[in-house]
Design a protein around this ligand. Structure first.
Ligand code: G4P
Length: 540
């Protein structure tokens, strides 16, 4: 039997467990224009990180303050970088991991979802579920991440509240369980009804607009009786809807939520700051804290184990003046202290963490200490790539991040032959960072590899960086392929003989068959059912 001192948790592991337990790490998944930037602002405003909405991404400042790491971003007024905003709220530390804010999809958008414990699915009340939301939701579901739904822009005319919920059930099979229902139809948003046990209204939260939604909207709280008197039919309708939902079994159940079967719903207006405090409250009360993670051997790495982290994103050239390269890690276990020497699992080499930062927009803050769930950027981490593990003490390695299904394909070559050497070097570098997937086959050779991307923006990043960092002018030519499937060496031979199909090997060794369109693929599946053709992650 072990002695009581040996089995009792040490003071350090007790503190670590407490720090982990108060973390909430999440990302917002949404279609462009649903209001992600506005909501981020509003959350920061509520957490008092900023004093007035508009300071980070907001209207006046959006184009100039977010991030201007590349000319391309400036030209388009977009942010390609994915960063994290950390703030304290109540007793919790909230990490909002930002997904790239442009309309093109990229692998980075997906990778962020490997670094979070929960997702907020932001839906435009008038538009309902849109394509990018659906794709991201699928990834969240595949990764077992619980989803909180926020129906935004309720201050604008839109659909009926329950209609939107039906759409969620019908299209993605997730059962929405509203925690709050709107009082007032879309376009006449007065406040929120808080739903209690069996759908009974427990209180009415009335919001007052502030000028331009720049400051927190004052709240008044009323009992259901007072609410009925004050709001009349608007309240009665909301109370009835709440009962209807309960009759249909749409009440919050924490276990079902964590298992990804149900999703708590909040109606909000990010612009007016209505419902924003309720979103934070929900994150604090219901979103899961960091949990243990399985390593490559299937062992669970507890949050209280010695330090370990996974790199989920590498960003180069964010600051052209410094030519730096930042690797973002999500801490899985233990305490991180700046300056500690960790081991890079993939190479076995030590890595000094002297320069550790958090990055949000243009803000860069040095991080001295961090805990499970936190996101830290490491400067000049040239060997680190997405999916890599860092650790101290005994070796641990986490499974690689899956490569997502590419849907855009192009060949790339150096415009002049004398740059071939630099071109190859640059290609290897960008490939290892996971900027784009690189496919090769004997027929095409190494001078013009095929680039495969989830979103065409990835190609722009490649060509821009080839030019600015490696001084290589390149020529990009799109290829007429629309989808990819994973196959094996045996099937590859047969597939190479088919029209409209070309077979490649990806750098990670996967054999991919590219198809000109879905009809070609369907035809081949039908005619040659024995061939191996597997769907890639998040593939269509
Ligand atoms: P995104 O990051 O998801 O792409 O969306 P973003 O926050 O930029 O919002 C897209 C547009 O929707 C913006 O309007 C924004 O003001 C508006 N919006 C966001 N939340 C709400 C809301 O709760 N209610 C209403 N009515 N509008 C909302 P814009 O016209 O494109 O730009 P702006 O000039 O208003 O900034």
């Amino acid at each position: 039997m072990s002695s009581p001192t040996a089995s009792a948790p040490s003071a350090t592991s007790g503190r670590l467990a407490d720090e982990a337990a108060r973390r909430r790490t999440f990302a917002v998944i949404s279609h462009p224009d649903a209001g992600k930037s506005t909501l981020t602002e509003a959350l920061a405003l509520h957490a008092k990180v900023i004093s007035e909405a508009g300071a980070i991404h907001g209207k006046a400042g959006r184009k100039s303050t977010v991030s201007d790491w590349m000319e391309m971003e400036k030209a388009r007024g977009i942010s390609v970088s994915s960063t994290a905003l950390q703030f304290e709220y109540g007793d919790c530390v909230i990490n909002l991991v930002d997904t790239p804010g442009h309309s093109d999809f990229s692998e980075d958008t997906y990778r962020v979802l490997t670094a979070v414990d929960a997702a907020v699915m932001l839906i435009d009340a008038a538009k309902g579920l849109e394509p990018q939301t659906l794709k991201l939701f699928q990834v969240a579901r595949d990764r077992g991440i619980p989803v909180i739904t926020v129906i935004n822009k309720w201050d604008r005319p839109g659909q009926a509240p329950l209609e939107l919920l039906d759409e969620i059930v019908d299209r993605i099979g997730l059962t929405p369980t509203p925690l709050f229902l709107p009082v007032g139809i879309a376009g006449d948003f007065r406040g929120l009804l808080r739903r209690g046990e069996e759908g009974a209204a427990t209180e009415y939260i009335h919001f007052t607009r502030t000028a331009g939604g720049a400051t927190i909207a004052p709240e008044e709280h009323y009992t259901p009786e007072q609410a009925a008197e004050r709001e009349g039919d608007a309240w009665t309708n909301a109370a009835e809807e709440s009962e209807l939902l309960s009759a249909a079994g749409q009440d919050h159940d924490q276990e079902l939520f964590l298992a990804g079967h149900t999703s708590p719903v909040i109606y909000a207006s990010a612009m007016l700051n209505f419902g924003v405090r309720q979103i934070l409250e929900t994150l604090v009360e219901l979103a899961p804290p960091p949990r243990s993670r399985k390593d490559v051997n299937g062992n669970e790495r507890e949050t209280t184990a010695p330090f370990s982290a996974v790199i989920f994103k590498v960003q180069a050239g964010m600051d052209t003046a410094h030519r730096d390269r930042l690797a973002f890690m999500r801490i899985v276990s233990g305490e991180f202290e700046r300056g500690m020497v960790v081991t890079h699992a993939q190479t076995g080499r030590p890595f000094a963490t002297k320069y550790a930062l958090t990055v949000f927009g243009r803000e860069r803050t040095t991080v001295d200490t961090a805990y499970p769930g936190d996101v830290v950027g490491l400067v000049n981490a040239t060997a680190l790539a997405p999916g890599h593990t860092l650790f101290v003490d005994k070796k641990v390695e986490f499974p690689p991040i899956p490569s997502f299904a590419p849907e855009h394909f192009a060949t790339l070559r150096a415009k002049t032959a004398d740059k071939y050497k630099q071109f190859r070097k640059a290609m290897d570098q960008l490939d290892s960072e996971g900027v784009v997937q690189v496919l090769r086959n004997d027929a095409r050779g190494d001078a013009s590899p095929v680039l495969a991307a989830v979103g065409p923006m990835q190609f722009e990043v490649v060509t821009a960086r080839m030019q600015s960092e490696f001084n290589v002018e390149t020529q990009l030519d799109f290829l007429p392929f629309q989808l990819a499937r994973r196959t094996d060496a045996e099937s590859a031979e047969e597939l190479s003989r088919q029209r409209g199909v070309e077979v490649f090997t990806r750098t990670d060794g996967a054999i991919l068959a590219l198809f000109s369109d879905k009809w070609r693929l369907q035809y081949i599946v039908k005619e040659m059912p024995k061939l191996t053709l597997e769907l890639l992650v998040a593939g269509t």
